[in-house]
Write a protein that binds this ligand. Sequence first.
Ligand SMILES: Cc1ncc(COP(=O)(O)O)c(C=O)c1O
Length: 435
Amino acid sequence: MAAWMHPVALGAPRRGSCRPLGALGYNMNLPVVLLPNGSYKRVKRRPWPSIYDDVPRVQTRSTSKHRRGHQDLYYVSRPIQALISRRAIAHNIEIVRKTASRSRVWAVLKADAYGHGLVRTFGDGRLAFEHADGIAILETETAQTLRDLGWQKSILLLEGCFEPADLDAAARLGVTVTVHDNEQIAMFEAAQFVEPVAVYLKMNTGMNRLGFVPARFRGAHERLRAVAAVGPITMMTHFANADRPEGVVDQMALFERGAAGLEGEVSLANSAAVLAHPVTHRDWVRPGIMIYGASPFATRSAAEFGLRPAMRLESRLIATQMLQAGQSVGYGHRYAAEREMRIGVVACGYADGYPRVAPNGTPIAVDGVRTRVVGRVSMDMLTVDLTPVPQATVGSLVELWGDHVPVDEVAQAAGTVGYELLCAIAPRVPMITID
Ligand SMILES: Cc1ncc(COP(=O)(O)O)c(C=O)c1O
């Protein structure tokens, strides 16, 4: 039998119904069981095995253990690399500060700082995040890392605790914890801390992922307020359409109604709301993508807001070819030359995180000149039209995204968003901080 199987497959004991919690769903079952009558019962052990019973949690004592795996297998002979600018992040945080000048700023560093590498971008904390008031993440291990690195300001767990042990760690680390459902309130009720833990109480105003619906919000607030282990309660919600014409009006109205009369600070805005909806700039804002210099909007560029890209993915030409009119290139012969043309072969493919679905015409820059991808992206290579850059030759510098080619343009061509491309850089790509 596999080391771990889905609990249902194991015939897990059903004591009432047991609801999974958190992003990893059924892998992280709480020792808090919801009984059919709506009350909660704590159980000594998880009612079924957790994947974490077999896999030890990441040790986070030493920062050296936080290096991305690929840094142990460092491929420098191949020319591709991702260059990370901490100055760009600092600059972008300044833009947040200017745009939402009345608010304090959570820099959202989840997903390994949106693929830029949390430890790498943090450095000693002074350069990139000096002007952030707090850092928002997902895991207590990451909170431990940040404390180890010397971050003394606020930390927010955006999805709260996945199990009671996380709450103990959060309390020890002085971390602010999101509470989005009754199981998490029950964790607080069962906890005994010396120092109360600050809470972000989340309202579901239409995203329908996490949070209490407006009608249940006040009850959750009152229940939390009665718990000695709970410190100040900030009210939060998350927008589904701040980047779109629908905007934030409906969700704002629901939020105001659900929070009416409740005291406490408020945090509403993600990047799109920071940039497009000043009404959402309350006590704290929570920008993510914009601090990495990409745009949350499909139709407005990051440059329009003065943002600078924090990542440049670059590589080099490893070959050039002449195509005669009608000749094709790459798998499936997806592109056929309209006339005689020179093409370049770039050391970058989908195994580096470049989207395989990028169509003919996806922007790319060679020797600083914008041109286009032609032919299908393969595992380790892609091909570009060298017509606008006739001097290009083997060794010429290619920018997949960065200053000349915004990641958002590549994403748009590939039918996705910059967020996904930045987070998807493959472990084999060396990532280097340049400032
Ligand atoms: C609760 C919450 N706040 C803020 C953010 C940051 O969003 P963005 O990267 O669009 O600014 C996220 C990201 O998904 C989030 O989940």
